[in-house]
Design a protein. Structure first.
Length: 345
């Protein structure tokens, strides 16, 4: 039987790329002798480094996409791998044409765009997200189309032995005699409903009063309200750490508190526990975007709040107001998660 040589294309953000990590594992489980490569942007490549299920990482933007020779250089690069299948998890017209001219015979993509039709891409419909499933499950539909029967949708990031050792050393340093290390990630790049920085500051004050807990702010661009809080760790004050270095930092945590954002998915893939504030609207629902593969708890506003105050766009919601998502509710979720795992009493 001819070897399957499969290219997975995911040209978007950190969380989306993390949610694609089940595909190589499940493809290799179904087709152990297959060759699997991923095509990504430079800033997400670290998610797939050291992944035992991936044979190669191809970069979309190692050549300036607008440069004169970009298109045909990429065609030649892709063609040299002799791929038999391409799975395009996000519609992208330029990449679509690159894969077409690279001669990949079987190409699958999300949706039914005109440029897909004229290049003979097999469109995989999401049926208007009804019934609502997880993004990782929708992505897995493209693997199902080539004969994969997935056993798991758990996400994964693989650290090297050296990175794991570094993480253990950092954890001992960060704890400073405390028992539990809790991360707070307050920003989301305006990609989801989220608390205001002041609410995260109030959360930090509440958690800091609990015995045995050391707090860490994990934002790269830290809101002014959260800068310089006493007894809080800021692991990258000069904003110089690589994504792989951040993975070792996230791995030090017992738990991360955040909204629906890339670091939440990174922690899930590293098997770090998460408590996450979410909006229940379908486009932002935890059914679609929740963490996968770790122990997690989702915190939602009360239905009455959403019925009365929902702006209709999760990016405009900060869960604020008298009946909004209270800090105490997240503190309770953190306490439950730590107690559940014998970490807190």
């Amino acid at each position: 039987m001819k070897q399957k040589r499969i290219l997975i294309v995911r040209p978007d953000r950190l969380g989306d790329v993390v949610l694609s990590t089940p595909l190589p594992r499940e493809i290799k489980r179904e087709f152990p002798d297959s060759y699997v490569a991923v095509m990504l942007r430079k800033y997400t490549k670290d998610i797939y480094r050291n992944n035992p299920h991936v044979d190669d990482i191809i970069l979309i933007d190692d050549i300036e996409p607008g440069s004169k020779n970009y298109f045909w250089n990429k065609v030649r690069e892709i063609k040299s791998h002799r791929f038999t299948h391409a799975l395009m998890l996000l519609p992208d017209e330029k990449i679509n044409y690159i894969l077409f001219f690279a001669g990949i015979p079987k190409r699958y993509g999300v949706g039914h765009k005109f440029y897909q039709a004229i290049t003979f891409v097999k469109g995989i419909s999401r049926h208007k997200y009804n019934p609502l499933r997880h993004e990782a499950d929708y992505s897995m539909d493209l693997a199902r189309a080539i004969g994969v029967s997935p056993a798991s949708l758990a996400t994964e990031i693989h650290l090297t032995d050296d990175e794991l050792e570094k993480s253990r050393e950092l954890r001992n340093e960060f704890l400073g005699g405390k028992k539990y290390l809790v991360g707070i990630h307050s920003t989301s790049g305006n990609s989801a409903a989220n608390w205001s920085p002041q609410m995260y500051f109030d959360l930090i004050r509440k958690l800091a009063s609990m015995p045995g807990i050391r707090l860490m702010v994990t934002d790269v661009n830290i809101p002014e309200e959260l800068i310089g809080v006493e007894n809080v760790i800021y692991p990258d004050p000069d904003n110089k750490k690589s994504l792989r270095e951040w993975f070792s930092i996230f791995k030090t945590l017992d738990l991360l508190v955040s909204s629906s954002t890339g670091p939440m998915h990174i922690c899930a893939a590293l098997k770090v526990k998460t408590v996450s504030v979410f909006c229940p609207l379908p486009a932002a629902s935890p059914k679609l975007w929740g963490p996968l593969g770790n122990e997690s708890e989702i915190v939602l506003p009360e239905k009455q709040y959403c019925d009365s105050f929902c702006p209709g766009d999760p990016k405009l919601c900060d869960f604020g107001g008298e009946k909004g998502l209270a800090v105490a509710k997240v503190v309770d979720a953190v306490s439950r998660m730590l107690r559940k795992n014998g970490l807190y009493d």
